[in-house]
Design a protein. Structure first.
Length: 167
């Protein structure tokens, strides 16, 4: 496998980090997912091929465990908004000082700086901001149907695209 021998630490978050971790595991990397206390684990089914543990990064003991783990890891997948890891004293400056070879991958919605950096970013946000929702009618038929009852699959697509188009 292409990534055999590569170790990855994935901090639990929404889809981008778990999906990335799953793909890395699929290619042979050893991926450890770090969940928050009280979390229900990975309900998205993106935990294939991963081991997991629970750490409270807001407590000194949890942060210390993460720092020790990062000292031996090749990659850290971090999904939080800008400044979260720095507040926990787990930012790239600290962790890469202890492990200069650590690849610190930040998977925040809108990056670390700029107008939207403090906002959560999801597909629907990107579509709306890019103007992509205005192009939906070119790809799907848009029909305004007021009928309530059973519909075909194409009518659902039409309704859904009409809904998104009119947001």
């Amino acid at each position: 496998m292409a990534l055999m021998g590569i170790s990855v630490l994935e901090l639990a978050g929404l889809a981008p980090a778990p999906f990335c971790g799953m793909l890395l595991a699929d290619f042979g990397a050893q991926v450890v997912r770090v969940d928050r206390p009280g979390a229900n684990g990975d309900v998205s089914r993106l935990s294939r091929g991963k081991r997991s543990l629970v750490l409270d990064l807001k407590r000194p003991r949890g942060a210390a465990v993460l720092r020790r783990m990062c000292a031996r890891m090749d990659v850290l997948l971090e999904p939080f908004r800008p400044g979260v890891m720095e507040q926990l004293q787990l930012g790239p400056e600290i962790l890469q000082r202890e492990n200069p070879k650590l690849i610190y991958a930040r998977l925040s919605g809108f990056g670390q700086s700029g107008r939207f950096s403090r906002l959560a970013g999801h597909d629907i946000n990107y579509l709306a901001l890019s103007g992509g929702r205005n192009s939906i009618s070119r790809f799907f038929s848009v029909e305004n149907s007021r009928i309530v009852g059973t519909t075909s699959r194409t009518e659902h697509v039409g309704w859904g695209s009409t809904f998104l188009h009119n947001l």
